[in-house]
Structure formats: structure tokens, C-alpha cells
Ligand binder design. Sequence first.
Ligand code: HEC
Length: 704
Amino acid sequence: MPIRDGVVRLLLTACSFGLFSACTDERAPNASPAEVSHPAAAVTRERLMAATGEPENWISHGGDYAEQRFSRLTAIDEKNVGDLGLAWSFDLRTDRGVEATPLVDDGVMYVSAPFNIVYALDAATGEQLWTFDPHMDRDWVRNVCCGFVNRGVALYGENVYIGTLDGRLIAIDRNTGRSVWDVDTVEEGKPYSITGAPRVVEGKVVIGNSGADFGVRGYVSAYEAETGELAWRTYTVPGNPADGFESEAMERAAETWTGDWWVAGGGGTPWDGMAYDPELRLLYVGTGNGSPYVRWLRDPEGGDNLYLSSILALDPETGKQVWYYQETPAESWDYTATAPIMLVDLEIAGRLRKTLLHAPKNGFFFILDRTDGSFISAEPFTTVTWALGYDERGRPIENPEKDFRERAQFIRPSPYGGHSWQPWSYHPGTGLVYFPKRDMGSIFVGDPDWEYKPKTWNMGFDTAAFSSFSVSDGGPMTAALIAWDPVAQRQVWSVPHVTGFNGGTLATAGGLVFQGSADGRFVAYRATNGEKLWESPASTGVIAGPITYAVDGEQYVAVTAGWGASFSWSGGELALAAGVRGGGRVLSFKLGADGVVPTGKPPLGPVPKPTFALESTEAERAQGMELFHFYCSVCHGPMAVAGGSVPDLRHLPEAKHAIFDEIVRGGLFKTHGMPAFPDQLDALELHAIQAWILSRARESAGER
Ligand code: HEC
């Protein structure tokens, strides 16, 4: 098998309505300034419903239930944004990726770091008030597809809520940082994990899960906020019919599946996007990809496989499904529908519609009627080759020329998606939606020999077939921040990015859009035209979404920075192009401040000639390469080219080569996320992997 530098296997990842009442009166970019008006108060249902009316706080993940991430604060605006400076920074003490949106209430910021460590910080100074470590089970990291990340916490009553990588949901007392309750949401040790932020609706904490890349059955659960008692659980795909169906929705769904799909779980894990319409009393949840990805391996007869890659509208009291819309029937490309969901009222064709907006991985911008799930339109926001478009009923017209059943195909978007979990925002004044898009494709090829193996990757892709594939075979790869007009369904402006994994966005009534970038910058743009108005270094790549808040009448803009997670793990040279390393921190900016953003770690530079030597045969090295791509490359990168956030093993120093076995089988660095492989690898296999890594190091250092 040819081995080339520059080989990229993208496949290896898995992986306003706005309270219209609060928002429709503020449709201009320059709304009236906010006042800090209320004393410290418990977060209630009423406060969550009217969250946009207290812009000094940011009390739920998407800013409000409509998840528009639009703030009415105006102290920082188009004219003065150039005077923004660093007010404070807080070191999250991690080199792993940071995806969290912080929450702020009454001058206190609550933020989650990798491995679910929660910090309460003084939002004006960054001083730590308390920290909570749930001691996430480090043996669980092998069940994690895409980084030891967490996208944020929820606030309700006097508690902070967090879902953990090892599948627990925990309530923490927001005043003391102590655990109030701690429940296991995972079924019988199956490889589920939680990375998404909980949402609180009608007094219940709602949480989904991930794990479809390993083989599980997705579900969303709701727990009583006060007690942690399970209120309901709703599955996203049917289980074994022999066990009976939990609901009519499951019975209907089972008609769209054939074979023994439940053995591998089916997938459909709802791991990120949710929104709530309290007027309609509908909770919207986006579901994930299939287990395995490739549909003819999952379901030989090829039905739609409901409810993979769908938006589900649920009754918040019971979890009962009210309607569904499937974005990608018979999902086969890792096209999850888990991207953030946004609720906006829009005038479309002369009619005010209560819409649900969605720009998921499959590359189409969807507009649905959120009252009943009816399809309004879907237009591509990036280059799409898997489908030719959507028909009037809202079904995709698949591109027959891109069927990868018989032969490998280069298809856009890649499994990273045209847009994935990165938070997006809507500005009611411009009517535009802002989000980072990717224009990237990938080779797709099924593994005809795939069979379900518990507790490991079950994607059904032939990963070995990618090593002879070069990115240039598939045409250019680009990425950009875009402003999208959802009514006209077209892009209005765009700003190019260096590479494909950039931060989420925040829109403000000051006429601004804030976004961090993969290459380590935090930037303010003019919301109307994308003109860059201000920029700060961020010391590391930014992938999370920013927020804004006020303390004592002073407005702050904050973002968590920290290069890492799926793209940095498996994106190889494309991820290295960001030119940054890990180093998680919270950065908070205000007008007139003159703090200095700490310097980030410099890129590793050229691979040095290895000084460690190991005898090996070509056959052993070939076996090592194969084992590496099965067990290691998802984190350490294709062809051992790591993307800047986990160690690049070609750079491994002699002293660490000497203790390779202790690290890899012994679990020496387990606390930091390097899993132990005691049972998976014997001494000969370990030797083969190490020998291949050394040969890659020599090769990269220019030696044969
Ligand atoms: C789930 C992600 C993940 C997988 C899978 C993984 N690693 Fe790691 N590995 C890490 C992380 C994270 C670190 C850094 C730990 C630290 O900061 O100490 C690491 C560190 C290492 C180190 C030490 C590097 C150094 O410079 O200190 C070695 C060696 C290593 N891994 C080898 C392997 C091998 C071989 C495999 C496959 C058999 C593998 N890893 C699979 C995440 C992973």
C-alpha cells in the first residue's frame, strides 16, 4: 500500500422565535441598552422563557429557548469595538479541545472543560469561585469518538447541570460547587457518551447521548431537575421487535428497517442540537447517524431507517413524539442532524411562518414549519454531491452517480459535514444567520467484510482503502464564515478560513458578529457585510461559540478557546494547517481593557530524526500501520500526522519510546486521555505499531 505524506482520511472521524414577544420589538441592530435590574435569583421557567429580556445574563446554552444566540446588549458596537481588550483570561489547565459555551448569571460564569470539570468564575475578574470534578472514568475514553469535549452546562433553580463523557447527569449546587445528585443515564455499560449541553424545559433536565460510531441505540432522557428522577426516555430508532415497541412511533419506525439492525444498535444518537418552543410546547431534538454508517451493512433491504438524521418534535411532559422530519433518509454518510436547531419567525412568500432552521452536516439549509414539521425548503449552503436537491415533499434526490455501493466515490460533504455542532446565531436586524461552513469532501467506501464487534468502532467504512487517497484527488477544500439569508435561501457574505474547524458565532444588537478561528484568532465582524472590525489573538485555535454578558453595567464578550477534538485528531495535514496547539482557556474582553492574551504553544515544526532504534521487518511495519489505523489514528491522526492537539507520535522522544509499553498497554497517561490497551494489543502487535511509527518518523524527517 503506498504511503504518502499529505494523505488525509477525512473519514476517520465519526466522526426567534425568540420569545418573539421579547424580540420582535427589537428588530434593529441598535436596540436600547440593557440594564442590570434584578438581584441574584434562582433560574426559573419564567426566566428561561424570557431570557432575551435579561441580556446581562446568558442562562441557557443557545442564549434563549429559540437558540438564536443574539444578544440585545449594545454597549459594544460597530463604532467602538476597536477598543475591545482582554479583561481577563482563565487557564482551563488542559491541552484537549474546548467546545463549551459558558453560562453567566448574576456576575458568575459557569464553564465546563474537557473531562467535564466545571468551573465557577467571577465573570468580571475571572477569579475562580469553585471547581467541580466528576472524576469521569478514564477507562471510558475508548468509547469517545471525537474528543474529550463538553459543550456546556445548564442552569435551573440553584443548580448547575452537566452530562459526563461516561454517561452521567449531575446536578451541582451553584453556590457551593457540591454534587446534589448524580445519575447514570447509560444502559448497561454500552459505549454511550455525553458531550452535549443539557437543556431544562418544564422543570426537567433533558439530555441526549453519543455513541453511534461504536454501535448503540440513541435516546433522549428527561430527569426531574430537583430530584434526578427519570421522567421519560424516548428512543430515536426501534429496538428488537421481539421485545415489543415502546411507542407507536417506534412501531412505525420499525417498518422502515430490515435485517437484524438492533444488534449493532441502529444509531441515531441525539448528541447536540435542541430547542424549545414554550408556546407550542414542543421540544425539538436532532438525531445522529446510523450504526454502522453504511446503510446496506446496517439494513440489507434499504428502507428509510427512521428516525436517523431527523428532527423530532417531542412533548416535554412525556417525551412522546408529535412529529418528525427526516433530513437524510437511509443515512449512509455520517450525516447527522445534530447541528444546532434555531427557531425564528420569518415572513416567507407573504406569510409569517413559525420556522425551524437547520444547517446540518448534509450540506442543505432546511426551513421547516415548526408547528407540524412540514417542509418549506432546503437549499445547499456548500458544495453537495451526494444529492441533487430536495423535491417538494422534502425528500432528497440522491445523486445516482455517487452511489458508493459498487466502488469508492469522492463525495461532498465529508463526514465532518458542511456544518456540524458549531453554534450559530441569527440577527433579527439583518435577518441573517451566521455560521462556519466547510466545503470539503471525502472518499466513501464500504467494508464488505464488516461485522458488528462490540465495544469498538463500527462505522462499516473500509478505512484501509483511504491510505492511497490524496486530498488533491477530490478538488479543493475550503472553509468560511458565512452569512445566510434564510428567506431568500442564499449566501449574502463570506469570510474565508484557513482550514476547516472554526468557532461558532454570536450576533449582537451592537451590529456585530463575533467568531473565533482555527488559526487562533477572535474576531468581530460587521453583521451587515462581514467587514472585519477588530481582532485579538486567542493563543490557541477556537472552536466553541462566544457569548456576551454584563456585570455592573459593563458589557463583556467571552469565548472558550482550545484547539482539539475531532478535526484536530483525524484531520492530519488539514488540521496542522491551523498552525496552533492545544491550551484551553476562557478569554473575556471589554472596552478599554489592556490585558495581554497569553502566548500559545508554538507549532511542533519539522519532524526530527528519531534517535530510538527498533529492529523490524517490512511485514511487521505493514501490520503496524494497519493496527495503528484501527486503534490509534482516530486520535493521533492518519499516517501518524497529528493535528496539533494530541501528541504527534513522529516526534516521540527517545525516553518515551523506551516506555512505549507502559504508556500504551499500561495506561501511564490515562488521566490525560491516553487510553490503555492491555487486552487489545499483545507484545508483537505493540512492537509492530512502534516500529511503524518510527519508520514514519524517519520518513517524515527525510530519511528512508
Ligand atoms: C482516544 C484517543 C486516543 C487514542 C485512541 C490513542 N491515544 Fe495515544 N494519546 C492520547 C492523548 C490525549 C495523549 C496525550 C496524553 C497526555 O497529555 O499525557 C496520548 C499520548 C500518547 C503517547 C505519549 C506521547 C507523548 O509525547 O507523551 C503515546 C506513545 C501514545 N499516545 C500512543 C498511542 C498508541 C500507540 C495508540 C493506539 C494503540 C494510541 N496512542 C491511541 C489519545 C489517544
